[in-house]
Design a protein around this ligand. Structure first.
Ligand code: NFS
Ligand code: SF4
Length: 627
């Protein structure tokens, strides 16, 4: 067993870019060159363009905008707007899933696959279940969920899942999130010309808007997806471009909302479609994924992961992609023109993400079956248009075991003989390992790729370093895919761990890097932290646990950062937020927040140092606990 190295990834990309050059394709690698150097005003957050007296940018000579706003107000407002964008995006995804749940029917496209979870949610939302049809319950739970977006009074119901101490902090600091849409609207209101320019107020709202995502919209996205498509369980899969099969019709699903990708997987697996593919000269159909929709179907169905964010152009560059089918978020508009250089169909499906040079097949819950069938057929019929001389699939993939929902982790721990042998459903075996020092702690590593960081290298190098130091990883999003591509989700990766973590991997029968899902599934990590805190009696901020997003790029990532920090988990970034132009805002984010929520950010570009800092912080937390 051998890990795949980043050098090997890069060589494969180079080879694909040669094909691209042949057909005159553009690439992000080229566009990065055109966009470098980036605008320093934008990067430091000191440019304001929220009213038409501006744009104003702050310099030594011009310390205030035309309205008189200073640099701290401008940077703070930009930071809050960035957060609001992310919170809106995750939460609107959650809302879509709630609508899908509302459409679920015994004879419909969407069914209830995890009734047990539905009943638990019904209890949380106060929905009557006694003697009722499961679909009636589903619809009422969906409605209750949808009310979380706009309810006039009260707070997010899921915030009750947090430990008492955390809830007290949220109330004390006035950051317990109210209706989700309200927090996003309020953020836009506060940042309108002539409203808030006080960093404390703006950053406080950033936390609240983030928390409305993590403990609201994202959590709903996760929970309702589990009800509809099943709560993830341990499953084997594979990762990297080598999962595409030259002889087969290759359909790549990309985006975030599993409602579409689940249906595509369902139909692509039907005898009717497979026979049709064979009649068209292919040997079968391979569905693989990119970005978080890939994580969703990998976690629930073992559908292989073709790659992560900065690999999305590569799947087209293989020349073997019949269709790349997208829903929402993180989709490069570049895929339109790129697909035109090949036979690939670029199929957009959501009114929320419409792009030039794509075939738009409007997907919705009522017509989902027909839509999916139409898309699969289109891909099959496109097989004959391949240009064989352009086909090259890098022979590169790794095995991975994925599917570590909180429920699955709990089950795994139940299987361990321990001092709490009579108890099930407890995190205590894990806590005991941490107390004993066999496990030093955990890092939740999440987020994107960013060309500002050598893609995947930060994720993979950090993970290798951490597991060698007996620190377990829970991961999601594109970070998870980096791990899987490298081979870190193969159970044999235990041999790269320190002796303690290796023993834990053997005992619990897990890989050292646990795939917890997509980015909305970082809500699973919040629930896990809450459970560990409750079972151990520690506060969340006392757990030897930190968050990390070494290659983050999106607004969603900033929203996540805010709720992870807002939940009491120190967070380590490898890319600066656009906030360093204000000492006050920068100071709050990188220190001041600790007084409010017992956690803050650390930003470090040197990835090796970033790793050392996390290890140091974990050890500090251990010392403080006296373990
Ligand atoms: Ni998260 Fe998922 Fe990837 Fe970043 Fe985009 S796919 S929602 S935002 S790039 S991890
Ligand atoms: Fe300039 Fe103030 Fe308008 Fe911003 S709000 S563009 S700082 S005048």
């Amino acid at each position: 067993f051998k890990l795949t190295t980043v050098e090997e990834f890069e060589a494969a990309t180079e080879r694909l870019l040669e094909t691209g050059a042949k057909v005159g394709a553009d690439s992000w690698q080229l566009r990065v060159k055109n966009q470098t150097p980036h605008c320093k005003f934008g990067e430091s957050g000191v440019c304001c363009r929220i009213c038409s007296m501006g744009p104003c940018r702050i310099t030594k000579k011009a310390p205030r905008g035309i309205c008189g706003c200073d640099v701290h107000g401008i940077v703070g407002r930009n930071y809050l707007r960035f957060t609001a964008g992310g919170s809106a995006t995750h939460s609107d995804h959650g809302r879509e899933i709630a609508h899908t749940l509302h459409e679920a029917a015994a004879d419909g496209n969407y069914k209830v696959k995890d009734p047990e979870k539905l009943l638990r949610l019904a209890a949380e939302f106060g929905v009557e279940t006694e003697g009722r049809d499961i679909y009636d319950v589903a619809h009422e739970v969906a409605e209750a969920g949808l009310m979380e977006y706009g309810k006039p009074f009260g707070y997010q119901v899921f915030t009750k899942r947090a430990p008492e101490h955390t809830q007290e902090i949220w109330d004390r600091e006035e950051i317990r999130p109210r209706a989700i849409d309200r927090e996003v609207s309020c953020a836009l209101h506060m940042t309108h010309m002539g409203c808030s320019s006080k960093p404390e107020a703006l950053i406080r709202q950033s936390l609240r808007a983030g928390l409305s995502d993590g403990w609201g919209g994202s959590m709903m996205g996760t929970e309702f997806s589990d009800v509809l498509f099943g709560t993830p369980r341990e499953v084997e899969t594979e990762a990297n471009l080598g999962v595409m099969v030259a002889e087969n019709v290759n359909i790549v699903v990309h985006g975030h909302d599993p409602s579409l990708s689940e249906m595509i997987c369902e139909y692509a697996d039907s005898k009717e479609m497979i026979d049709y593919a064979k009649s068209m000269g292919a040997q079968g159909i391979t569905v693989s994924g990119v970005c978080c929709t890939s994580n969703e179907v990998a976690m629930r169905r073992g559908i292989p992961m073709a790659g992560n964010f900065l690999q999305q152009e590569n799947v087209v560059l293989t020349g073997a992609c019949e269709a790349i089918v997208v829903d929402v978020q993180c989709i490069f508009p570049a895929l339109g023109p790129l697909s035109k250089c090949f036979h690939t169909k670029f199929i957009t499906t959501s009114p929320v993400a419409q792009m030039p040079d794509s075939d738009f097949i409007r997907f919705n819950a009522k017509t989902a079956g027909e839509n999916a069938k139409q898309i699969v057929k289109m891909a099959i019929e496109n097989f004959k248009n391949r240009k064989p001389e352009l086909v090259h699939i890098p022979d590169m993939k790794q095995k991975a075991v994925v599917g570590y929902s909180v429920e699955q982790i709990e089950k795994k721990l139940d299987g361990v003989t321990n001092t709490h042998v009579d108890e099930t459903g407890t995190m205590m075996p894990l806590v005991d390992c941490v107390k004993a020092g066999v496990l030093r702690g955990a890092v939740a590593m999440v987020g994107c790729n960013n060309p500002k960081v050598r893609p995947d290298a930060a994720h993979i190098e950090l993970m290798k370093k951490l597991i060698a130091n007996d620190i377990i990883l829970v991961v999601s999003g594109c970070s998870a895919q980096a791990a899987a591509k490298a081979g870190l989700m193969d159970k044999r990766a235990k041999d790269l761990c320190g002796a303690g973590l290796k023993r834990v991997c053997e005992l619990v029968d897990i890989p050292p890097v646990l795939h917890m899902g997509s980015c909305v599934d970082i809500s699973r990590m919040m629930v896990l932290a809450a459970r560990i805190a409750k079972d151990s009696g520690w506060n969340i901020s006392q757990i030897p646990l930190v968050g990390c997003a070494p290659e983050w790029m999106s607004e969603k990532a900033v929203s996540i950062g805010n709720y992870v920090v807002g939940t009491g988990i120190d967070t380590y970034l490898g890319v600066e937020p656009y906030a360093y132009g204000s000492e006050e805002v920068d100071g709050l984010l990188k220190g001041g927040l600790t007084d409010w929520v017992e956690a803050c950010y650390t930003v470090e570009h040197d990835i090796d140092k970033l790793g050392d800092m996390m290890i140091e912080r974990i050890e500090e937390k251990r010392t403080a606990l006296g373990i």
